[in-house]
Design a protein around this ligand. Structure first.
Ligand code: FES
Ligand code: FES
Length: 156
């Protein structure tokens, strides 16, 4: 049964009618037409659906719509409006971290959550932060390099 759910999404207030047991990934993609968040495995293992809820990176295929009620949510669509997000996006492009691009929204969101909590992470901490995000194309090195480049850029 549908209920009224209210949350902040990409800095804007939303009130929607949704079944609280729906996957929040489906609410984003189907109800709100925000298709930047991707579905890969659907079972919490690939990270393609990663979004940020209350400053934490989470896999939205495992989040129920009811859990979004009252939350502060960021998806890849909101990244360019933030300094960290726009620098990350630029550094991913400049460092060849985007190949097929399927993993990219989730990678960006994990990196965004990391840099919000830790503005000066080590390379190991960067690798840990994206450990739940699978990429078939890049071998991960350009992605880690991109996040390191973003850290440097944000500090300069
Ligand atoms: S689609 Fe959610 S973790 Fe793979
Ligand atoms: S760029 Fe293709 S899966 Fe990562």
């Amino acid at each position: 049964m549908k209920q009224t759910l209210s949350f902040t999404l990409n800095h804007k207030p939303y009130t929607i009618e949704a079944d609280p047991c729906d996957r929040f990934l489906d609410v984003l993609r189907n109800d709100l037409s925000l298709r930047g968040t991707k579905e890969g495995c659907g079972v919490g293992e690939c990270g393609a659906c990663t979004i940020v809820i209350n400053s934490n990176a989470v896999t939205s295929c495992l989040v129920l719509a009811g859990q979004a009620d009252g939350a502060d949510i960021m998806t890849v669509e909101g990244l360019s409006e933030t300094e960290i997000g726009s620098v990350l996006q630029r550094c991913f492009i400049e460092n060849g971290a985007v190949q097929c691009g399927f993993c990219t929204p989730g990678m960006l969101m994990s990196a965004y959550a990391l840099l919000q909590h830790n503005p000066n992470p080590t390379r190991e901490e960067i690798k840990e932060a994206i450990a739940g995000n699978l990429c078939r194309c890049t071998g991960y090195v350009p992605i880690v390099n991109s996040i390191e480049a973003a850290v440097k850029s944000l500090q300069s």
